[in-house]
Design a protein around this ligand. Sequence first.
Ligand code: PLP
Length: 388
Amino acid sequence: MNINTDVIMNTYSRFPICFERGEGMYLYDIDGKKYLDFVAGIAVNSLGHANPKLGETIAKQAMTLIHCSNLYYTVPQIKLAEKLVEKTDFDKVFFCNSGAESVESALKLARKYAYMKGKPGTEIIAMEHSFHGRTYGAVTATGQEKYQKGLGEMLPNIIHVPYNDFDALKAAVSEKTCAILMEVMQGEGGIIPADKEYLQNVRKLCDEKDILLMFDEVQTGVGRCGELFAYQVYGVAPDCLSTAKGLAGGVPIGAFMAKESAAKAFNPGDHASTFGRNPLATSCGLVVMNELFEGGLLENVKKNGQYLGEALKNLAKKHEKMVSDVRGMGFMWGMELKGEAAPIIKKCIDAGLLLVGAGPNVIRFVPPLIASKEDIDEMAKILDKALE
Ligand SMILES: Cc1ncc(COP(=O)(O)O)c(C=O)c1O
């Protein structure tokens, strides 16, 4: 690899790999080495790499209209919002460009909702070990101190309680609480699914106290967990939902959705985005939605997601000295090791398999939603050797 990395700001611990192109489940670096991709840009490339339908849509839309102000409507924006509303419990959609922005939208709406209702407090309860992004609001809501270190004052009135602990949450709720924010399955925190009963109890509590329940499905959303959104796997709908990552197959996009009762707290001028809902991103979102529902992609995640889970559990049994747990759903799994995950991930990368960690001890598996049984077998073979 002969490139000038000095010009790039030092915000990531990067691998010395420079990618040039991709095709389906594979990425190719500038030296021609081929990698099986079980990272998918961290749960982003839902259709795999160089998907022809996505590429053609981008080319066509780029020659038609890339951007115009949010002072006007565009047809792809309306069509994607209609599709999201049709397939979920929400009535309104706000488009932005990233996961953190969709979380910021949730934090702002929560406080506007309290203001609209004349409620006394602006406190938001978030979860320990959560991850919500890097903007100041989202990083304040993130329940991991390492992301806040050295940044000075965080946003006021955001507190954290242990995840999956209903008693702790209930005890923290007060007159001041306006919203509860959580992931349905914690991603960066180590692939930790919520308990169903916990989510049901939280929903009930929010209804009783008129508190907004806000799910961050930036990582778990858009088919990754076997339904369009992971909350649909649990059958517990929040009042608002933030999503991003895979929604446009790799083109930057975020979406914040809310039920009418909550969405009406936003009025013209309250929230905005220059690039949000641009026709390029939203037309790509339509391609992804179409593939999920008409192209068999959701079915693939359901079927092969189970196969992926079984493959990982078999490896855990075989390497029980190394592996302490396997958990997840759909195409989002974590393998918890008794030691550090980084050396195993490095071995896999050297052998041509891309994996990513989720915390120090967990290997994460978030392949493109097109992954086949053969791809899973190929991944398991390389991981098996690395664990040996
Ligand atoms: C659950 C969750 N929320 C928010 C974010 C932030 O998304 P973005 O990096 O697009 O701002 C992430 C990113 O990993 C995430 O996993």
